[in-house]
Design a protein around this ligand. Sequence first.
Ligand SMILES: NC(=O)c1ccc[n+]([C@@H]2O[C@H](COP(=O)([O-])OP(=O)(O)OC[C@H]3O[C@@H](n4cnc5c(N)ncnc54)[C@H](OP(=O)(O)O)[C@@H]3O)[C@@H](O)[C@H]2O)c1
Length: 303
Amino acid sequence: MKTILVTGSNGLLGQKLTDLILAENHFRLVATGRAADRYPAGGEYQYSEMDMLDAKSVRETVTSFQPDVIIHTAAMTNADQCEQDPVAAELANVRAVETLVSICAEFNIQFIFLSTDFVFDGKNGPYTELDVPGPLNVYGHNKLEAEEIIKNSTAKWVIIRTILVYGVIADGSRGTIVSWAKNALEKGEVIRVVNDQWRMPTLAEDLARACLLAVKKDAHGVFHISGNEYLSIWELVIRIADFWKLDKSLIQRISASSLSQPAARPEGTGFILEKAYNELGYRPHTLEEGFALLEQQMLNIKN
Ligand SMILES: NC(=O)c1ccc[n+]([C@@H]2O[C@H](COP(=O)([O-])OP(=O)(O)OC[C@H]3O[C@@H](n4cnc5c(N)ncnc54)[C@H](OP(=O)(O)O)[C@@H]3O)[C@@H](O)[C@H]2O)c1
């Protein structure tokens, strides 16, 4: 039985990986996070505190658990925070990757890295894996630099780029666009939503499944993983309102230029998913299937 070590297991993708790995029962799981386990799932797995910025702790953890695979989900993921603190962003999003990938090369561990559509400039999406990146912000630059380090290493690597991930995170520590829009509309609040940025939103469970497909297929290379519907953020919020039968008149269309966000965002990203379909057997859920799953999970949390 292969051992998979997951970094960032308290995060959105980390939690979904824990659920999926435990449900499948094909792999031994070592979940790691920078502090205590905030997602104590029922089932057999080990948890270890591991701050990815502490190279000594990373080496000790990896050598003690001897994983066959590391799925590296941990990152500084907020693009605006990265813009405001580029030094911390580089440590988390580049230097920590450098440490991990060199250990993977040394011990012949498959390294699965999570990257982003923000490596592209958003001028001519949807993108294939062969399209030329051109990041617009610090977060995108960090992820691209990490990709280059990985590609130049001798480790067996997979880079999974993804887009606007949504899902239910158990301790509610952070929301995603679905919970943000749903909660505000339920309270009758007017929300301003950009209508000049286009994305292909990704269900967190689909992303977790894609990571495990990469393990099972012993994949190598770059893969684009997202949902298969291309729409503006405003259209996405309309679909959320339709699904939960909320008042769409509260949703105001705005241009991204009217928001003073520290990090510039690409206009239209989106991915061509053929490679993931053909080489991994990846099949994403539709948005409404994703919303239905979230609805069930939200009800379970309430009860
Ligand atoms: N979410 C998206 O829309 C999106 C889009 C494109 C790409 N991605 C990429 O996909 C991956 C997973 O994203 P996500 O949505 O699951 O992110 P997330 O929910 O923000 O989780 C990131 C995790 O990283 C952990 N972390 C941060 N600094 C750490 C450190 N020094 N040592 C150990 N752990 C640390 C955080 O720990 P705490 O919980 O303790 O803070 C958090 O649990 C990331 O690499 C992200 O860049 C995400």
